[in-house]
Ligand binder design. Sequence first.
Ligand code: ARG
Length: 430
Amino acid sequence: GAKKLWGGRFTGATDPLMEAFNESIHFDKRMYSADIRGSQAYIKALEKQGILTPAERQTLHDGLAAIEDIHTANERRLGELGRSRNDQVATDMRLWLLEEVKKQIAYLRELVAVLVQRAAQDIDVLMPGYTHLQRAQPIRWSHFLLSYAFWFQQDTQRLEQFVPRVSQLPLGSGALAGNPFQVDRELLAKELGFSSITPNSLYGTSDRDFVAEFLFHSSMIMIHISRLAEDLIIYSTAEFGFVKLADAYSTGSSLMPQKKNPDSLELLRGKSGRVFGDMTGFMMTYKGLPSTYNKDMQEDKEPMFDAVDTLTGSLQITAAVIATLKSKMKGSLTGDMLATDLAEYLVRKGVPFRETHHISGAAVKMGEDRGCQINELSVADLKTLHPAFEDDVLKVWNFEQSVDNRCSVGGTSRATVNGQIEILNKWLSQ
Ligand code: ARG
């Protein structure tokens, strides 16, 4: 096999099983480009300290540009320069993740844009709003879509606030104690586009908080995706019949010809579990490590890669599903959902709310006994419940009106939903 990096003090060979158990190149290779950039910056810093001549640096630079193999391959060339893999691998991960986080931010913004577009286009569509999955009050479908847009906006902002914490350069921390050649770490940071340098080499080499934090942010994003998927799975059943998924994001049954299954949404809901697993699994690995580098830390990469891959797919599929589904909520509203509006009618007539709630409840009961909804009761029926009911109570039976009454900021009225769209469009254009 290849010559070991630590050959000198060893006499026995490594068990091939151990060799395979120990190797990480099959996943490390995803970071090869970050690794090469890190090494090229490092030899520049060594040249500045007079450790390398300009000609030597040029040779190494060109050599690095030519290779596509990482840590070990680089180090075999650079081993005599006193390099450690500990600050190297921490640098690779941060450099790699910085680029990926920027991509995830772009996918998130795209998803928000799709939700906003859809909300603007479907502004007229009303649907039942739920609590406890029980019909509660009429809302705009756009109001529902925008609730998720605001969650994804927060996810985006969390990732943006996370960037400076990833952007701390550990390079020049050595194996653990620091670099003996007084390399100019500020220069390295500038060269590699980092915003700061880690101020302590033990911290620099053994910190993986940025991995844990990324996995948390990824998990929150997947929670939002999973909840949205769950809503839409329910809404797409024949029992609800509120949305119809595009064929492109559904599949059929091999047995039952009538079936159309929301596989895309179920996968989104299911894949959230993977990402929570990546987070908890990594945290378990990380929690008991003594200072500083321990080989356990090699287990940090696969969860990070898996979370990035799962997010990349999930954010794009979610946007595509939303952009292509059909809403068909017509006729989904029923009169009893205006029971709160009926109580509010009496409040406006000066009846105390404590009483109005009870009276409206009695109207619902009356309808239930007769097998009808409250809006099918006559004014005379209502008058038997309270003398304050007058003919203008008929104006309460208007879903559009009910929704547009909720016009305080954040409400489901047309004006306040348009206000939300404006807020998000402004944010998207920044
Ligand atoms: N593959 C290792 C990892 O990812 C590289 C660092 C190895 N350092 C060491 N001292 N063995 O953690």
